[in-house]
Design a binder for this molecule. Structure first.
Ligand SMILES: *Cc1c(COP(=O)(O)O)cnc(C)c1O
Length: 453
């Protein structure tokens, strides 16, 4: 067996993030002020986000944005992350495909989320912010933001989707260990939460609802900003360190991926691995497929509509041009909590519309079949979210076998599943199920959307 792992040195950590919008011919449509329907100006974002993050959010001209020294120093704690060839999985599948994965599970909190959390905490701290709020689904983003807040001396309040608060109690403990305050959402602490609980007292929450609560608290707290772990352009930007490192590591491996795959919640880890490779397609016409793997139960890219929609349930955010299932869509309680989001970020949505990327949707049981095979062949237990990418890889590797051709596939292992073992337990007990949506389920929450496009 050849070398399995491709390792970089500290000084290979990228010095700039890659802003794909600068290289897109069809730029993403602007986000809109829901009151005036006019494009949101940078200053309008200042109450909610640190100024530098607001600037990054709207930047469609600079392809490279420098990573501050303080952020690179923090990245050094766990970056560069390894890229490995999955020989074990290839053997288990008896496939001629060459499968590589970038291992983001090695971060101190176990997922890619820290790449953006560190950057967001840094830019908040730099402009004198003292408090931040956020939401979290499965708890991965909350854990990352809690550590980042602690590292930069910020107070953090996290609204955690109620179903995950109970399904994944250890993620809550992790956030508390880092010093964050964690509130199950919907809660009675905000107007948005109280309204939802009054209408539906047993509602188990969604990311959309938790975002509404976190935004509301940020707006009411002095010197406080809101932070978001996915969907927004600046989050995708920060995550490109993943693909920029992987680009160098694939060179070390002496191969070029014909397909790049990431699982898809709001799009941050997918964008992180894929955009630096998409750059080759956009700038020098290289032939490459990028594929997002989303849950069958929350299929915004495969079955959603391209329309302006809110990022949150209550409608506090600007209107974002996105593939969406409707901001009131309530996804099934699958264990991949990080993928239970109704929409996709505006850049990814434009790429999807322009046929520059593909998407597949995967049933829950197939993701756990894939996760188990990967664990047994590679020795790493993947997060249920990441298992969607693995399932998509396995489909590709099986096609490669039918073709008898060594396709080169790269995927992002966005996180490990060591804190998701309750989900694995349920899978082994036969208690997990698939949640297929009818066309009616899909269209129900879309009907109420204002048709701006
Ligand atoms: C949050 C999360 C995701 C989904 O979010 P994206 O922004 O789409 O990447 C995927 N994998 C892991 C491990 C996560 O924590």
């Amino acid at each position: 067996m050849d070398t399995k792992k491709f390792l970089l040195q500290e000084n290979d950590i990228p010095e700039a993030w890659y802003n794909v919008a600068a290289d897109m011919i069809n730029k993403p449509r602007p986000i809109l002020n829901p009151g005036t329907k006019e494009p949101v100006r940078e200053e309008e974002l200042y109450p909610l986000f640190a100024k530098e993050l607001a600037r990054q959010e709207l930047n469609q001209t600079d392809a490279w944005i420098e990573i501050p020294e303080e952020v690179r120093d923090m990245y050094k704690i766990w970056r560069p992350t390894p890229l490995a060839r999955a020989f074990g999985l290839e053997k288990a599948l008896d496939t001629p495909a060459h499968i590589y994965f970038k291992n983001e599970s090695v971060s101190p909190v176990g997922s890619h989320k820290l790449n953006s959390a560190i950057a967001q905490a840094y830019f908040c701290k730099k402009e004198g912010v003292t408090n931040i709020t956020t939401e979290t689904g499965a708890g991965q983003w909350g854990a990352a933001m809690s550590y980042a807040a602690a590292a930069f001396g910020l107070e953090l309040a996290v609204y955690m989707v109620k179903v995950s608060y109970h399904q994944k109690p250890y993620r809550r403990s992790i956030m508390q260990t880092f010093g964050a305050q964690v509130i199950a959402s919907p809660s009675m602490s905000t107007k948005a939460g109280r309204k939802i609980l009054t209408d539906n007292p047993n509602y188990q929450g969604s990311l959309g609802t938790a975002i509404s609560e976190a935004v509301e608290l940020a707006m009411q707290t002095e010197n406080c900003k809101y932070t978001l772990g996915s969907v927004l352009n600046h989050v995708m930007l920060h995550q490109t360190v993943i693909g920029l490192e992987a680009e160098k590591q694939m060179e070390m491996a002496g191969e070029y991926p014909e397909t790049v795959i990431g699982c898809f919640g709001g799009g941050s880890n997918f964008s992180g691995i894929a955009f630096p490779f998409l750059r080759h397609k956009l700038t020098v016409g290289r032939n490459i497929r990028i594929v997002a793997a989303e849950p069958e139960s929350c299929p915004k890219l495969t079955r959603g509509q391209f329309q302006y929609d809110f990022g949150d349930e209550a409608g506090y955010t600007p209107l974002i041009p996105m593939f969406t299932l409707g901001h009131t869509f309530s996804p099934a309680h699958i264990h991949a909590g990080g993928l239970r989001y109704h929409g996709a970020g505006s850049i990814v949505s434009q790429l999807r519309k322009d046929g520059l990327m593909e998407a597949v949707d995967i049933p829950q049981l197939e993701t756990f079949d894939a996760a188990t095979l990967f664990a047994r062949s590679e020795g790493i237990i993947p997060a249920p979210e990441s298992a969607h990418a693995i399932a998509a890889v396995i489909r590709e590797a099986r096609e490669a076998k039918l073709e008898g051709r060594p396709r080169v596939i790269l995927f992002n292992l966005s996180g490990h599943g060591l804190i998701d073992m309750a989900a694995y337990d349920q899978y082994f007990a036969g208690d997990l199920m698939n949640y297929e949506l009818s066309d009616e389920d899909v269209s129900r929450n879309l009907e109420g959307l204002e048709k701006i496009i």
